[in-house]
Design a protein around this ligand. Structure first.
Ligand SMILES: O=C(O)CCC(=O)C(=O)O
Ligand SMILES: [Fe+2]
Length: 288
């Protein structure tokens, strides 16, 4: 385990002070002989604390830092991540903010199975009402959806176990799957998945399981045109492909939430779009 020396801190302060970008600093540290994981962790934590000081990052109250650290720093075991029943491809691996694109997380049959099971339950999607509490319809979210319990069917259980192995995060920390369906023109305007504790309606959502710290959006069908998942702060868009999934973590190592996780679903231009979303909480999530 390498140590953060006084020299390193001084160098970091200078470099960050003159506007050096995180990627450049990580490169410099690696060139200077630091281990890559150590360099990434130090730089990510430095930038996160800086943004927290500047008020750009809200805090995760009572953050489980050990678990949050794990989700941000797990070393990549290969181009495939092995789970007990399926090898999942890693198609994109970004350290800061933490974003991964997975290939073949779900089989075609599993995607079809989840869609078919959900059809009867689909209703107009709601958003969390930040002021009044509860949820309501909103123009920002033109999709239909259905929310399920963890372990709703054997298929849900199998997928949830795989996700837990893939992300190294206990099944109990996951909310049940949320299924969304967008028709042509359907979209989900950019938003954060985490809750603001200073907004009364959102604070309510924190009572069970604490803060959301990461999101996995699984694509259940191929979309002809449009319907990408967009990250406006990063200029990034991932296109839907059946069985693939985009993962992004916003619970930082230092207990702050990463506002670069702003994201949305771009309007579907041709075809339709089905997704299943899994949100990860900092503590076990149990609805009574
Ligand atoms: O439709 C998408 O790609 C994004 C969905 C999303 O943001 C969510 O389910 O929270
Ligand atoms: Fe979202």
């Amino acid at each position: 385990m390498q140590q953060v020396s006084a020299e390193l801190v001084e160098w970091l302060q200078n470099e960050i002070g003159r506007g050096c970008r995180p990627e450049v600093l990580i490169e410099s540290m690696i060139k200077a002989g630091y281990e890559a994981d150590f360099a990434r962790n130090v730089i990510n934590a430095s930038f996160a604390s800086l943004e927290a000081l500047e008020g750009k990052r809200p805090n995760v109250l009572g953050a489980n830092l050990e678990g949050t650290l794990k989700i941000n720093t797990d070393p990549l075991p290969g181009n495939f991540i092995k789970t007990s029943d399926r090898d999942v491809q890693v198609l994109l691996n970004m350290q800061s903010p933490r974003i991964m694109l997975f290939g073949g997380l779900l089989s075609d049959e599993e995607c079809d199975g989840i869609i078919e099971f959900s059809r009867a339950k689909m209703a107009r999607s709601h958003v969390v009402d930040s002021d009044a509490g509860g949820t309501r319809e909103d123009e920002a979210r033109t999709s239909t959806g259905a929310a399920f319990q963890r372990g709703e069917t054997a298929l849900h259980t199998r997928i949830e176990k795989r996700i837990s192995e893939l992300l190294g995060w206990p099944v109990e920390h996951g909310e049940g799957l949320q299924i969304l369906h967008y028709n042509i023109g359907g979209e989900y305007k950019p938003h954060y998945d985490y809750f603001h504790h200073d907004r009364p309606g959102e604070a309510e959502q924190l009572k069970t399981g604490g803060q959301r710290i990461a999101t996995l959006v699984m694509y259940l069908n191929d979309v002809e045109a449009g319907g990408g998942t967009i990250f406006p702060e990063l200029g990034l868009e991932t296109m839907p492909k059946k069985g693939n999934a985009i993962y992004f973590a916003y619970g930082g190592m230092d207990g702050t939430l990463d506002s670069r996780s702003l994201h949305g679903g771009a309007p579907v231009e041709r075809g339709e779009k089905w997704i299943a979303t899994k949100w990860i909480r900092q503590r076990p999530y149990q609805l009574t």
